[in-house]
Write a protein that binds this ligand. Structure first.
Ligand SMILES: Cc1ncc(COP(=O)(O)O)c(C=O)c1O
Length: 400
C-alpha cells in the first residue's frame, strides 16, 4: 500500500513506539495509585513522559503538561473549562478543524459569547491586519484560538506574530498543534502560547487515543470532568492542582508511555531532518501535480510555508470517487472529502465540490509512493480525456 494519509494518522510507527505500548501495557499498572513496584514504575514513567513533552514544547515546568484522550479532548478542555463570562469574545482562524470550531460554537451558544473569524486569502492564510483590527476594536475578546498548520491545505499560520499580538493586547492564546507537533518546532514561550493542544498519533508517531494540553499557570481553567485522581482520595472534591485536577480516572499508561517514545524518537531523529525529507517529497509532489493539466491544487505552494499536506481535485470529478478509485485500483491510501474542516473548504471554494482529495506525507513516505500517486492521477486524467482508450489503459496498468 502507498500510504499518503499521514495528516489523519501517521503510519507506520517507529518500532520503539510499538514496543513502548506493549511495555506500558504489561509493566505499568495503576500508576500513581497502587503500592506495588509496577505502580511505582508507572509513576516514574508518567513523570518521564511529562518531561519529554515539556522538552518538545519548550515548557519549563513539566507539571503544566496534562494528558488527555487526544487532541480533540485537549481542545475541549481548553475551550469548555475556560472561565467565560457572558459577552466575552473569542477569535479563531478561517481554516479551523471541527475539534476547535465545534467546542467554540458550543460555548458561544451556551454562554452567550461572540466569536470572530479572521479571513483567509490564498497567500496569507491568516490576515494579521484584520486580526489586529479585531483586537483593537473588540475589548470583549479574551481568547485567541488558532491552528498552527491547516489539515486541509498545509499552510502554516504566523503563530509567533499571532501570539505576540495576543500578548500585547492582554489576550490568552490557545494553539491547536494537531498538524505541527513533531512536524514543526514549537516553543510555548516564543509563541506566547498560554495553552497548546496536541495529539500523539500524527507527527509524533504515537498511538491514537492520547494527547496532551499544555496549560500555563496564567490560565485559570476550571475542572472539566470530575473523578478520582489518586491524590487526596479521602476528599469529596478534586484537589485544584494541575495536572491532577484534569487527569481524572485511571491513567492510560501504555498510551502515555508510547506517546513519549514517539516524541523522543522525533527529537532524536530531529524535526529538521524529518522536515527536510518531507519537504523534498512535497516539492516533487507539487511539481508533478502542476504538470497534470486536469489537476487543481488549492492554497499556496511555497514548501517552506507548508506542512507536507496537499489538497487538490481533478476537474469535473468527485473527490470521493477519485479517492476510492485511487485505493481500489492503485493501492493508494489517502483521504477525500471535507477532512472535518468545512470552514477551510468554504475559504478555498471547495465546499460545493464535495471537498478535496488530500495527500499527506510523513517520514516513512518514499519517492515511489509519491510517483505512484502522480502516475495514477495521470492515468485517471488520461482516461477522462480519452474515454475511448479506457479499456486498453486499464489493461496496461493493473492494480498492485
Ligand atoms: C487541525 C486539527 N485539529 C485537531 C484535530 C483533532 O485531533 P484528534 O482527532 O487526534 O483528536 C485534527 C485531526 O485531524 C486536526 O487535523
Amino acid at each position: 500500500m502507498h500510504y499518503l494519509d499521514n495528516a489523519a494518522t501517521s503510519w507506520p510507527k517507529p518500532e520503539i513506539v510499538y514496543e513502548s505500548l506493549d511495555q506500558g501495557f504489561r509493566q505499568f499498572l495503576s500508576a500513581k495509585r497502587g503500592t506495588s513496584q509496577t505502580s511505582r514504575h508507572g509513576a516514574a514513567a508518567l513523570d518521564a513522559a511529562r518531561q519529554t513533552l515539556a522538552e518538545l514544547l519548550h515548557v519549563p515546568d513539566a507539571s503544566r503538561i496534562v494528558f488527555t484522550g487526544g487532541c480533540t479532548q485537549a481542545l475541549n478542555l481548553a475551550i469548555q473549562a475556560f472561565p467565560w463570562q457572558p459577552g466575552d469574545g473569542i477569535v479563531i482562524s478561517a481554516l479551523e478543524h471541527h475539534a476547535l470550531s465545534r467546542p467554540v460554537r458550543k460555548v458561544a451558544r451556551e454562554k452567550q459569547l461572540e466569536f470572530y473569524v479572521v479571513p483567509y486569502t490564498d497567500e496569507e492564510p491568516f490576515s494579521l491586519d484584520a486580526y489586529e483590527q479585531l483586537l483593537r476594536t473588540k475589548p470583549n475578546i479574551r481568547l485567541v484560538a488558532t491552528m498552527h498548520a491547516s489539515n486541509v491545505i498545509g499552510s502554516i499560520l504566523p503563530v509567533e506574530a499571532i501570539g505576540r499580538l495576543a500578548r500585547q493586547y492582554g489576550k490568552y492564546y490557545l494553539l491547536d498543534a494537531a498538524q505541527s507537533a513533531g512536524a514543526l518546532p514549537i516553543d510555548a514561550q516564543r509563541f506566547n502560547a498560554d495553552m497548546i493542544a496536541l495529539p500523539a498519533h500524527k507527527s509524533l508517531y504515537g498511538p491514537p487515543g492520547i494527547g496532551a494540553l499544555y496549560v500555563s499557570e496564567n490560565v485559570p481553567l476550571q475542572t472539566f470532568m470530575e473523578g478520582g485522581t489518586g491524590s487526596d482520595s479521602g476528599e469529596h472534591a478534586v484537589r485544584l492542582v494541575v495536572p491532577d485536577m484534569f487527569e481524572v480516572g485511571t491513567i492510560p499508561m501504555p498510551q502515555i508511555h508510547a506517546m513519549a517514545a514517539g516524541a523522543e524518537w522525533v527529537m532524536e531523529t530531529g524535526i529538521e531532518t524529518i522536515r527536510q525529507h518531507e519537504t523534498r517529497l512535497l516539492q516533487h509532489l507539487l511539481d508533478g501535480l502542476k504538470a497534470l493539466p486536469e489537476v487543481i491544487v488549492y492554497g499556496h505552494t511555497h514548501v517552506e510555508r507548508k506542512t507536507p499536506v496537499v489538497s487538490f481535485n481533478l476537474i469535473g470529478k468527485q473527490p470521493k470517487s477519485v479517492g476510492e478509485l485511487l485505493f481500489d485500483r492503485y493501492d493508494i491510501a489517502l483521504r477525500a472529502g471535507f477532512h472535518c474542516a468545512p470552514m477551510a473548504h468554504q475559504a478555498i471554494g471547495t465546499l460545493p465540490l464535495g471537498g478535496t482529495i488530500r495527500a499527506s506525507l510523513g517520514y516513512y513516505t518514499t519517492l515511489d509512493d509519491v510517483d505512484a500517486l502522480l502516475n495514477a492521477l495521470g492515468h485517471i486524467g488520461d482516461v477522462t480525456h480519452h474515454s475511448d482508450r479506457k479499456d486498453s489503459l486499464s489493461e496496461e496498468r493493473q492494480p498492485r
